[in-house]
Design a protein. Structure first.
Length: 202
């Protein structure tokens, strides 16, 4: 049968089926990325693929079908978490109760992201250009969001206004270094104290 013989109804039906399949694929990928991100936070980027598959409720083959190599998976998780952090900022501001509370909640999400990020260089090995492209993506997406949160908290009179988004993100990043290798160190607690310390004196 050629395209000229296909009825409009059949063409619409085929398009609808294809669109539904694409949505299913995206949804499956999102489920895998969420599961992988959670496993990476607790077990690092070298966590067994079977653990990620179990967390996502799929078979190991499904993970490899979407992400043939570990580097593919780690990079996808990295971008997924960057996007999630970027989208969370405005949502937290809208939810309240205060801009400072939104900033604290966002910093907590950022810590989870950074735990995964620390394994990225090893996973990518010699792909320096790819790593640099991801770092640029990270800055382009997250610096404006962090700045929006800081500006809102400063405008509300909750925090001092002399800290830039880059300084705060760099400070949080430094506090997260070594988290995966020292169980006695709680980076999240230190980051909480850092964000609390931004408050203006009463």
């Amino acid at each position: 049968m050629n395209d000229g013989d296909r009825s409009p109804e059949g063409a619409v039906g085929a398009a609808g089926t294809a669109g539904s399949k694409r949505k299913d694929v995206r949804r499956n990928q999102q489920t895998l990325l969420d599961a992988a991100a959670a496993v990476f936070v607790t077990s690092g980027v070298e966590a067994p693929v079977r653990d990620i598959a179990a967390a996502a409720g799929v078979g190991v083959g499904t993970v490899y079908r979407h992400f043939p190599t570990r580097a593919d998976l780690v990079i996808a998780v990295y971008r997924h978490q960057v996007d999630a952090c970027a989208e969370a900022g405005p949502a937290l501001l809208a939810a309240g109760p205060t801009p400072h509370a939104a900033l604290a909640g966002w910093a907590d999400l950022f810590v989870d992201f950074l735990v995964t990020k620390h394994g990225l260089a090893a996973a990518m090995q010699a792909d320096n250009s790819g790593f640099e492209a991801l770092h640029t993506y990270f800055l382009d997406r997250l610096l404006p969001v962090c700045a929006e949160l800081l500006d809102a908290a400063a405008a509300a009179g909750e925090i001092r206004a002399d800290l830039t988004a880059y300084q705060l993100m760099r400070g949080i990043g430094n506090l997260c270094i070594g988290t995966e290798s020292d169980p006695r160190y709680d980076a999240r607690r230190l980051v909480t104290l850092l964000v609390e310390g931004l408050r203006r004196p009463s």
